[in-house]
Design a protein. Structure first.
Length: 331
């Protein structure tokens, strides 16, 4: 949720009435679904995201409540929320964990909470698919694909790296963790598990990895919904080699810190640090092999993926020994 340039004006949010279709038996127990769009100073893309949610077909027996959770103390998203007919919630405390916990709180006693970010646009049938998957499996969470679109003039290295590729899993597959970029939560199961977003990851990212891993450790299931797709158009500043390597390093750093945070203190923590160090060394070895092999063969994809692996190894090693990379800390 990096901010848009100052002075950006919101665009028309589109229609404010979702369509209702019969997507299941008429006697389904009515449920309340809160769709929470978390945001920080991106009014244009927020308006697009809200319009995309409003355009969704809603399954029979579901009542949808759309809420914008704004992490800007200056409440810049409030007029955009009003224009879209969405409920507005302000969370002035900075950080990803704070704003996502505010989304949990804004859901109140609802049955389900669907989380998306302000730079994402749901595709047709997204909400139907996510709810259908939840009804089929009764899981604590449903995760859907995030398709990241690159600018047309993106450098060949960035495309070859595969960093922006969409992961593919079988529909209904169990997952050990997930991103909140497209995540449906069964709030009763979340409350029973007693999980919240961890403030230790407020500025580094990884709060969603920590949350979903804790949810699984407490007995919750996460299922993959192959048809519940949201799209994220990447700005030009992200479509660079430097940004990809920095993000690869940071996400690996957060991943290692999550593993440490889930480990009890004492000797087990030292064992985990050693394991993470060995894991980082294996990744580094593979990355170096691919860089050398790719350069020798003139293969850009092999070289680029090797360089990404080397960045991941550096981040994981730093995280294993207590260094935090705070990508989202504000001035």
């Amino acid at each position: 949720m990096s901010p848009e340039p100052a002075g950006a004006e919101p665009v028309d949010a589109g229609p404010t009435g979702s369509r209702l279709v019969d997507a299941g038996p008429a006697d389904l127990e009515p449920i309340t679904l809160v769709v929470a769009v978390v945001t920080y100073r991106r009014p244009r893309s927020l308006a697009v995201a809200l319009a995309g949610v409003r355009a969704q077909d809603v399954p029979d027996g579901v009542e949808v409540d759309l809420v914008v959770v704004d992490n800007d103390p200056e409440r810049s998203a409030e007029p955009v929320a009003d224009a879209a007919g969405a409920r507005y919630a302000s969370e002035p405390r900075p950080g990803l964990a704070a704003v996502r916990n505010a989304a949990l709180d804004a859901a109140g006693g609802a049955t389900l909470l669907q989380l998306i970010d302000d730079d994402e646009e749901p595709t047709e049938g997204w909400l139907l698919a996510m709810v259908r998957c939840w009804r089929t499996h009764g899981s604590a969470a449903v995760a859907g694909p995030l398709v990241r679109l690159l600018p047309e003039d993106t450098a060949p290295w960035v495309v070859a790296s595969g960093f922006f590729d969409t992961p593919s899993h079988a529909d209904g597959a169990l997952r050990h963790g997930a991103s909140t970029s497209n995540l449906l939560l069964d709030l009763a199961q979340v409350r029973r598990a007693g999980v919240r977003f961890d403030q230790r990851f407020a500025f580094s990212g990884g709060e969603d990895t920590m949350f979903t891993h804790e949810l699984v450790l407490e007995g919750g299931e996460i299922r993959w919904c192959a048809d519940g797709v949201v799209v994220e158009s990447q700005p030009e500043e992200r479509a660079t080699r430097a940004w990809v390597l920095a993000r690869a390093r940071r996400t690996a750093n957060s991943w290692a810190r999550v593993h440490l945070a889930l480990t009890v203190v004492g000797p087990a923590r030292l064992v985990r640090r050693v394991w993470l160090t060995a894991h980082a060394a294996v990744i580094a070895g593979r990355g170096l092999r691919d860089v050398l092999r790719g350069r020798a063969r003139g293969s850009l994809p092999v070289t680029a993926r090797g360089e990404v692996a080397l960045a991941q190894a550096r981040g994981a090693l730093a995280g294993a020994w207590g260094r935090t990379l705070d990508e989202y800390r504000r001035p």
